[in-house]
Ligand binder design. Structure first.
Ligand code: IDP
Ligand code: MG
Length: 132
């Protein structure tokens, strides 16, 4: 069974959107096999976002993702990596379909509520960081 890593990011936790967002994945009949709430360390965040280490927004991104609690989940299902990316919507919520999580809940491309792995390989790499 394919699996992916989903993070509900600090902006969504702060805004009390966690339950509503979890329901969106559950209503799609996806299976949440692991779930936990934690405040990530800078080291974890840097590992998770390693691919962006040379981007101008890297420090801002690390500060954002470590400023409060994150809800980390492993979600399983057929073609779940692609499906979760669709449910989450485009990185920039202004370009996201309004029926997606990002399209519905935020206007900020910096603080966009959720993360979903971008490939099966990324999912396995990221799951090791958050569930080891
Ligand atoms: P993704 O989350 O849709 O996979 P990525 O391009 O991998 O998007 O970017 C990772 C995260 O970095 C985004 O979800 C967002 O929180 C943040 N981010 C992306 N682009 C920018 C930017 O231009 N400025 C600041 N933060 C950004
Ligand atoms: Mg990404």
């Amino acid at each position: 069974m394919e699996r992916t890593l989903v993070l509900i990011k600090p902006d969504a936790i702060e805004r009390k959107l966690m339950g509503e967002i979890i329901s969106i994945y559950e209503n799609k009949d996806l299976n949440i096999s692991e779930i936990k709430l934690l405040k990530p360390s800078v080291e974890m965040a840097e590992k998770h976002y390693y691919e962006h280490k040379d981007k101008p927004f890297f420090q801002e991104l690390i500060a954002y993702i470590t400023r409060g609690k994150v809800c980390a989940m492993i979600i399983e299902g057929e073609a779940v990596v692609e499906l979760v990316r669709k449910i989450n919507g485009a990185t920039d919520p202004k370009k996201a379909d309004p029926n997606t999580i990002r399209g519905k809940f935020t206007l900020s491309k910096e603080e966009n509520c959720v993360h979903g792995s971008d490939s099966k390989e990324s999912a396995e790499r990221e799951i090791k960081i958050w569930f080891s």
